[in-house]
Design a binder for this molecule. Structure first.
Ligand code: SAM
Length: 496
């Protein structure tokens, strides 16, 4: 008797009493379990999201598809401790009287959709004044079963939501040799199923009495047969798996979220169904299929965060269920593929730093002052140190490898590509990945001959997502030349 990894992870995170998120065991912030960019860059991350939403709301209003005076919704799914919601909404309320916001004045409301009851309490506390004035609402909502009453006119935003969906952990040895990791729980010689294991954990039975171990099973043993959506996913990955095989990089681990197809289906319905019109911004760690398959990109792709600064691979995944966050790198190629199949457009894929656009400039004196103030609030007393840390945060936000933004939209919504700085760099290019086997020397020589600093070759590791990285500020001015250099070496997403 074994538990699928999906069931194990789902219970670890969302068991109503014992789940890491559901119980509120999670702590956010510097020195806490984890520290996401909406918190690190407070309040500026919220401001950037508010400005991105303004650009999209303006297009919505101009589209003529939104009835006059209908409310415009900024829907955030999986809002953590509510910092992003608070900062974005405060910015909106404070700027409503300014000219750029005039067409939207008084029309924007913020809705948080959150699965964790404990986090909803924290979010309500943080948003209390906005809730009291009718500008914000916190709803009990499972994003994977997202539903909306009536037409939706708005923007959906989610930072680090998808990486928290429970996943299956697959071991890929070849295209036709894929196994899944399962969890075996034994207490006093007897094997436990999921209900028995969690009942024991709730009784306070400790690690010393319950033995958890990993085991693998062939896909053919999948109860009820391998889900069609997984068969389809593996089919699209086959060329990449062959490529990895040819380079001697197999076996690899692969995380696959069974709920992702259903989630995308609901997002498509939200943005396009029933006269709705909207766009979605997903910010998360991960990359293209190449990135999440290649063990050299940012392995481990399944990670653990928790009380003791844990950041480890599957071997600690079984420690103290419910006390740690389990999370994985999102495959944005798969997200795009599902979105396109559901009738959505994918107008943007690139680095998260594309969120930073006028009028927000993280290097400006005003922004730096806010970030330095944030460091002081965290207890950094030395002003020089606080200034250094503020600089470092901005650099990290702009350059951290593997932090991505993907936009999805109604097919007829004219997306403000210019706002995202990408009029000439389309999603197709961003989702392309570099062929394996391109040597470092070849890359350096090609960059040099195109007049690009060969040091970039360090950044453009063959296992990375070079074109998506070209949206990184350091590379931005060079992206056209870069695309030309890389053109012959790219695997188009259509080939996946
Ligand atoms: C990694 S945290 C990110 C929190 C916040 N967005 C941030 O960036 O600080 C994941 C958040 O998503 C929520 N969540 C996870 N699965 C969810 C689901 N299916 N529906 C709604 N919320 C979910 C968690 O409870 C938590 O608030």
């Amino acid at each position: 008797m074994t538990l699928s990894f999906y069931e194990y992870m789902g219970r670890c995170l969302y068991d109503p009493e014992h789940g890491y998120y559901a119980s509120g065991a999670v702590t956010f912030g510097k020195g806490e379990h984890f520290w996401t960019y909406p918190q690190r860059l407070r309040p500026l991350f919220g401001w950037m999201v508010a400005e991105a939403a303004r650009a999209l709301f303006t297009r919505l209003v101009e589209s003529g598809k939104v009835p006059n005076d209908a409310p415009l919704t900024l829907l955030e799914l999986g809002a953590g401790n509510g910092d992003l919601a608070h900062d974005a909404l405060q910015y909106i309320v404070e700027h409503e009287q300014s000219a750029p916001w005039a067409p939207l004045r008084g029309r924007v409301r913020y809705v948080v959709g959150e699965l964790s009851a404990a986090l909803r309490v924290r979010q309500c506390e943080k948003l209390q004044p906005f809730i009291a004035s009718g500008r914000a609402e916190v709803r009990a909502l499972d994003a994977r079963e997202l539903s909306w009453d009536g037409p939706f006119y708005g923007v959906l935003v989610a930072n680090e939501l998808i990486d928290a969906f429970p996943c299956e952990l697959l071991q890929v040895a070849a295209v036709d040799r894929v196994e899944r990791t399962c969890v075996r729980a034994v207490r006093g010689g007897a094997e436990l199923d999921g209900d028995e294991l969690w009942a024991a954990l709730k009784e306070g039975v400790g690690d010393d009495e319950i033995r958890l171990s990993e085991t693998t099973e062939p896909l053919s043993a999948w109860p009820g047969g391998v889900p069609d959506s997984l068969v389809e996913y593996l089919r699209t990955l086959a060329p990449l798996i062959h490529d990895l095989d040819a380079c001697g990089l197999l076996p690899v681990e692969l995380c696959w979220a069974p709920d992702l197809p259903n989630f995308v289906h609901h997002v498509a319905k939200l943005l396009t169904g029933d006269g709705s019109v909207g766009a979605a911004l997903f910010i998360d760690y991960g990359g293209t299929s190449r990135h999440v398959l290649d063990p050299r990109s940012s392995a481990p792709h399944l990670r653990v965060y928790g009380p003791d600064g844990a950041r480890a691979h599957t071997r600690t995944v079984l420690r103290d269920p419910g006390a740690y966050d389990l999370t994985w790198d999102v495959d944005f190629t798969e997200l795009a593929r599902l979105a396109l199949a559901a009738g959505l457009r994918v107008p943007f894929f690139g680095h998260q730093s594309a969120l930073e656009a006028a009028p927000i400039d993280l290097w400006s004196r005003a922004s730096q002052r806010l970030l330095i103030l944030g460091r002081s609030r965290e207890g950094v007393e030395n002003n020089f140190q606080a200034t250094l840390e503020a600089h470092e945060l901005v650099q990290r936000f702009r350059q951290a490898a593997g932090f991505r933004l993907m936009a999805l939209s109604h097919p007829n919504l004219s997306f403000p590509e210019q706002r995202f700085g990408l009029a000439d760099l389309y999603c197709e290019a961003g989702l392309s990945t570099l062929k394996l086997g391109v040597g470092h020397e070849e890359l350096v020589a090609a960059l040099e001959s195109a007049g690009i600093d060969p040091e970039l070759a360090e950044h453009l590791k063959p296992c990375g997502d070079p074109v998506a990285d070209a949206c990184d500020r350091r590379l931005y001015g060079k992206r056209q030349a870069l695309l030309e250099v890389l053109a012959g070496w790219l695997v188009e997403p259509g080939a996946l």
